[in-house]
Design a protein around this ligand. Structure first.
Ligand code: 5GP
Length: 347
């Protein structure tokens, strides 16, 4: 047994130190990033925020709404190939290059991914997603997908340490997804005791990935626009959001009326709810590692995404970053023991 003594931090442990800046207004801040991905050589331009591949977040409707802002959606893996065909038919070019096709690591997943990608050359992102990215099986699967799709952008995860980021990039991933345990409907830390504070995971993993020409997605744990900025400030190239984009018209969750108010169901992809829906219940060798919550219904996602993008732009003006790309270079975090003043309740 060994204990690492160095303190690891989450979003709630830091704030940005403001810096002098020549920017006059947040309208001068450009949130678009241009990437050329390591293995696929693909060039891509967009706002590097991604709706999570959860079945009450990453829907086709969400993809269409967010693409208008240049924002991405990792479409959840429970749509059929026929559903995808409909979606491809009804989408213009600037939507399809903003979606990721999510997949697990079974042979059936592999075949389905091939069929979906065959629908359009405009679909370029594959998101290989398993809860525990430390499995050798994931590395083998990334190699297999890379061999089959040399010119597609492959994201793989989830992991939280530099060693595994490097291994996945060397196996063929362009992007590694980072986060174990921080999610809003995740109970992994409670059920298993495993995890890593998300800001430190991002800092460590970004450093490992960038050294090899790879990219990372900071996945999970953002509760407000300020957290999204902190993830970018820590070095995340992309930031994935579940809870912040849940409970909207486009999220695709079940609406529930209670005492005259409208709520939407939101649940973790390893929760009892998800397993009942997609796998015929929780298998007897495992525990559910996600929860189910009812969130107040928020209406169209338009307002929320503008709020998030506006917040990140504003962070950039406070530290003097004219482009999102510069945010991490301009970031000095200060460790804090307080965040917002809650005297009149929470925002
Ligand atoms: P959020 O933005 O809601 O804090 O986090 C979203 C992320 O939580 C997802 O992208 C995914 O990585 C993770 N997640 C989703 N469902 C589950 C679950 O049931 N269990 C765990 N451990 N993580 C989940």
């Amino acid at each position: 047994m060994r204990i690492e003594q160095e303190l690891k931090l989450g979003f709630k442990d830091v704030l940005f130190r403001p810096k002098r800046s020549t920017l006059k207004s947040r309208s001068q801040v450009n949130l678009t990033r241009d990437f050329t991905f390591k293995h696929s050589g693909r060039q891509w331009s967009g706002v590097p925020i991604i709706a999570a591949n959860m079945d009450s977040v990453g829907s086709f409707a969400m993809a269409k709404a967010l693409a208008k802002h240049g924002v991405m959606t990792a479409v959840h893996k429970h749509y059929s190939v026929e559903d995808w065909a409909e979606f491809v038919k009804s989408s213009d070019n600037n939507t399809l290059n903003k979606v990721m096709v999510s997949t697990g690591t079974s042979d059936a997943d592999f075949e389905k991914t091939k069929e979906i990608l065959a629908l359009s050359d405009e679909i370029i992102f594959i998101c290989i997603d398993i809860a525990n990215g430390y499995s050798e099986h994931l590395v083998d699967y990334v190699e297999r997908v890379r061999a089959q799709f040399p010119d597609k952008v492959i994201s793989a995860g989830n992991v939280v340490t530099g060693d595994m980021v490097e291994e996945l990039i060397l196996a063929g991933a362009d992007i590694v997804k980072v986060g174990i345990g921080p999610g809003s409907v995740c109970t992994t830390r409670v059920k298993t005791g495993v995890g890593y504070p998300q800001l430190s995971a991002i800092i460590e993993c970004a450093d490992a990935a960038h050294g090899l020409g790879g990219r990372i997605v900071g996945d999970g744990g953002c509760t407000c626009p300020g957290d999204v900025s902190k993830a970018f400030g820590g070095g995340a190239d992309f930031v994935m959001l579940g809870g912040m984009l849940a409970a909207h018209e486009e999220s695709g969750g079940e609406l529930i009326q209670q005492n005259g108010e409208t709520f939407m169901k939101f649940y973790g992809m390893s929760s009892q709810s998800a397993m009942d829906k997609h796998s015929g219940g929780v298998a007897n060798y495992r525990a559910a590692e996600g929860k189910t919550v009812l969130l107040p219904y928020k209406g169209p996602v338009e307002h929320s995404i503008q709020d998030i993008l506006g917040g990140v732009r504003s962070t950039c003006t406070y530290v003097g970053a004219a482009q999102l790309k510069e945010l991490t270079k301009r970031t000095t975090f200060i460790r804090v023991q307080e965040q917002e003043n809650n005297v009149y309740g929470k925002e």
